[in-house]
Design a protein around this ligand. Structure first.
Ligand SMILES: [Zn+2]
Length: 116
């Protein structure tokens, strides 16, 4: 099972979206319905598995080409606009341009399962 690592552990019920730089995540062969593990590890340290989620979709796009309707589901509130997303990614990677290729992963949180 693949593990998605997050620097921010903010999630909401239902569909969440994460945007990953480059094509690496598009090449893992993730399929809709597949279960993935979610790990929160700010700065890449203190990996804490917080639960599992179901893959909804995987999409490759330039930042500028990500539909606003999808970015609205970003798990991190400050990244729900392209400007906010680019600013956040640039803090992690250095300058990230709006024509860079990203892999957008949609996943359904099953928060009820965490308590069982
Ligand atoms: Zn981690």
């Amino acid at each position: 099972m693949e593990t998605l690592h997050f620097i921010s552990g903010t999630f909401h019920p239902g569909l969440n979206v994460t945007v990953r730089r480059g094509l690496a995540w598009s090449q893992k062969g993730l399929l809709p319905g597949e279960t993935i593990t979610l790990c929160v590890c700010p700065g890449g340290h203190n990996h804490t598995v917080i639960g599992q989620a179901r893959v909804a979709f995987v999409m490759v796009a330039q930042v500028a080409g990500i539909p606003d309707e999808l970015i609205a589901y970003e798990h991190e509130p400050s990244c729900r606009t392209k400007e906010g997303l680019l600013a956040a990614m640039s803090r992690v990677f250095g300058e990230v341009r709006s024509d860079e290729i990203m892999t957008v992963i949609g996943f359904e949180m099953d928060l009820s399962r965490a308590s069982h």
